[in-house]
Ligand binder design. Structure first.
Ligand code: IYR
Length: 224
């Protein structure tokens, strides 16, 4: 098959309107039960759950379908320990003032600080990289397009896939994150976007009341 040729739309999921509405409602009900957690248990999550969720992320739309992402999935205790140590070095500087007062003030309701024990406790940490260069197949060195947008969409798919499997996540962004390139053996042309901490919540895990504030529909959207 030549790549510029087209095939009939495969896998179409077509529903009568009432079912369409019910499915939209059901997905909303699922997604609104997602809460970012900052206290993790060490209870294991099967590797295949993580693998399948990453495959789901890999189905995301992307600029020119170049799929400009890479997922380094960290599960070894030694690497998690190193990750924690290196992230905490950056976070200590961040919370000691590098972030600036306005940013630190915005974080107060979340109660975050420079201690990141979950980087060691949680069974899996996924480091997500965006690739400036690449192409639709391995080994192609072409320009990629809309990299942050594409990676952002893929990360959304990933978080949704993990959530529907019962895995809780924390989107964690130590700043700067360039130590991840060295740790994960990724080239300097790749930019780390996120550490996604994945696992089970610790016994008694809480969420800040602040996190329950979600803007109503009419504040985030308008039909025109
Ligand atoms: N990366 C830091 C700070 C932080 C920044 C934002 I924006 C958050 O929403 C939460 C935390 C940390 O993880 O503590």
């Amino acid at each position: 098959m030549k790549e510029h040729e087209a095939i009939p739309l495969p896998d179409r999921m077509d529903y009568p309107h009432p079912e369409m509405i019910a499915r939209a409602d059901a997905f909303y009900e699922t997604m609104r039960k997602r809460h970012t957690v900052r206290a993790f248990s060490d209870r294991p999550v099967p590797r295949e759950v993580i693998e399948t969720a990453v495959k789901t992320a890999g189905t995301a739309p992307s600029g020119a379908n170049h799929q400009p992402w890479f997922f380094s999935i960290i599960g070894s205790p030694a690497m998690k320990k190193e990750l924690r140590e290196r992230a905490e070095v950056e976070e200590r500087l961040f919370y000691a003032g590098k972030a600036g007062d306005e940013w630190l003030d915005a974080l107060t309701p979340l109660g975050t600080d420079d201690h990141k024990p979950y980087l060691e406790t949680a069974p899996w940490i996924i480091a997500i990289f965006g690739q400036r260069k690449g192409g639709v197949r391995k080994g192609i060195e072409r320009q990629n397009y809309y990299v942050p947008e594409s990676v952002g969409i893929a990360m959304g798919f990933l978080i949704a896939a993990l959530h529907t499997s019962g895995v809780v996540t924390l989107t964690h962004t130590p700043k700067p994150m360039t130590f991840l390139n060295t740790m994960c053996g990724r080239p300097a042309s790749e930019k780390p976007y996120l550490l996604l901490v994945c696992g089970y919540p610790a016994e008694g895990a809480t969420v800040p009341t602040h996190a329950k504030v979600k803007k109503p529909f009419d504040e985030i959207a308008r039909f025109l």
